[in-house]
Ligand binder design. Structure first.
Ligand code: HEM
Length: 397
């Protein structure tokens, strides 16, 4: 929570309100029908569009809505890495165009299959670690462990750094609103570490993403080290928390909805479809934009410099865009969700994220077909920039 309890969500929303983090859906439903673009003065002030139409229109208009700042909590950058930008996500064209192009080959569908087998082995070895216990925190001991190891492997970084990476990512994203000092320290430590890895790869190039980025050229010049640093920092943050949250939300759903769990066990070929529905219904990511010029969105008059929170999760629950939007329908046919964003910044890592989610859920269901929430009230959620379960105790026979 970032101040007094909320009385009026339309004019004073708080994305860190504990009730909203646990169950934001009724707030979005109410806002969509009463005040589809909400406003708050909290955390420096921001706008919150909640309809599919508005969120997509803003995402597809990078000229009026800049990505120069994309964090839900305004950043406090006065450290030695203040000029390191997380491109492409934190950039506008023309920088965005070439910095995104650099990354695309590494995350193409074929490139991602290279990590499929190791992801499956990882999931199995995690399950080996707790299957004899009949209970586990599926968020901490499973979901959280997977994406950070996959991205570390891609960057050529020792697996032993995974827990430290997780702490840094949580410090930067999850705790930014309540502990700005921790957020700053986490960012500096992560970038200092990645910088030392870049220096190492320049001397000893390998078969990893850092070496690949260092070997690329833009307009005949090597990509500057600071650019590679910002991009690697982004991949760590964007690749870890998002996917772990999505795996956790999917497991939360299956632990609390027996019919869907049983159906996926009986029809594993439905898993990819179910994953799209989990991504829609429990979208983790909210990004920000900065208004580049005075502009109106519906009845909201936005001024240059204002912050807009891109509520992709709220857009994905809009009944004007999805039939039975509040229902989780694991064999939903029409599902043009925007969990991965829309427009020029649409997620570069979506193939990787989908692969990780599919393998994580398939492997879990094959080995633990029956499981339930140990105590629904013991489940905790993180919110703000990335929403997902942080503690998810489940039991199984
Ligand atoms: C379920 C998991 C994920 C979700 C829901 C997700 C969501 C998103 C969203 C909504 C955006 C758009 C941001 C904007 O409009 O400002 C985005 C961009 C991005 N994501 Fe993901 N993401 C996920 C996983 C990943 C992974 C695994 C990686 C890579 C390791 C990744 C890398 C990126 C990058 C590099 C961008 C910036 C693209 C650009 O600015 O052109 N994401 N993601």
């Amino acid at each position: 929570m970032t101040g007094n309890p909320v009385v009026d969500w339309a004019s004073d929303y708080d994305v860190f309100d504990p009730g909203y983090i646990t169950n934001p859906f009724p707030v979005w439903d109410e806002l969509r029908s009463s005040c589809p673009v909400a406003h708050t003065e909290r955390l420096g002030g921001s706008w919150l569009p909640t309809t599919y139409e508005d969120v997509c229109a803003i995402a597809r208009d990078p000229r009026r809505f800049s990505s120069i700042e994309i964090t839900v909590v305004p950043p406090d950058l006065d450290d030695e890495f203040a000029n390191v930008k997380a491109a492409p996500i934190q950039s506008d064209p023309p920088e965005h165009t070439w910095s995104r192009r650099l990354l695309l080959p590494a995350f193409a569908p074929r490139a991602v299959t290279r990590y499929e087998q190791s992801t499956q082995e990882l999931c199995n070895s995690l399950i080996d670690g707790f299957i004899d216990r009949s209970s586990v925190d599926a968020a901490v001991e499973y979901a959280q462990q997977i994406p950070v190891r996959v991205i570390a492997a891609m960057l050529g970084i020792a697996e032993s750094m995974s827990d430290t990476f997780t702490d840094w990512v949580r410090g930067v994203l999850e705790f930014a609103a309540i502990d700005p000092e921790l957020a700053k320290r986490s960012r500096v430590e992560a970038l200092t570490f990645l910088h030392s890895e870049i220096i190492d790869r320049k001397a000893h190039p390998g078969d990893d993403l850092i070496s690949y980025l260092l070997a690329q050229e833009v307009d005949g010049e090597p990509v500057p080290d600071l650019h590679v640093l910002g991009t690697c920092g982004l991949l760590l943050v964007a690749g870890a928390d998002t996917t772990w949250s999505s795996i956790g939300s999917a497991l939360w759903h299956l632990a609390s909805h027996d019919a869907d769990r049983k159906r996926l066990v009986a029809e594993p070929e439905l898993v990819p479809n179910a994953i799209e529905e989990f991504l829609r219904a429990y979208s983790p990511v909210t990004m920000a934009r900065i208004v580049a010029e005075d502009t109106d969105v519906g009845s909201a008059t936005m001024r240059a410099g204002d912050r807009v929170l891109m509520a992709f999760p709220a857009a994905n629950r809009d009944p004007n865009a999805f039939e039975d939007a509040d229902q989780v329908i694991i064999d939903r046919e029409r599902n043009r969700h925007v969990a991965f964003g829309a427009g020029i910044h649409r997620c570069v890592g979506s193939n990787l994220a989908r692969m990780e989610m599919r393998i994580a859920i398939e492997t879990w269901l094959a080995r633990i077909p029956e499981f339930h929430l140990e105590d629904p009230s013991a489940v905790t959620w993180a919110g703000g920039q990335v929403r997902g379960p942080r503690h998810l105790p489940v039991t199984f026979p």
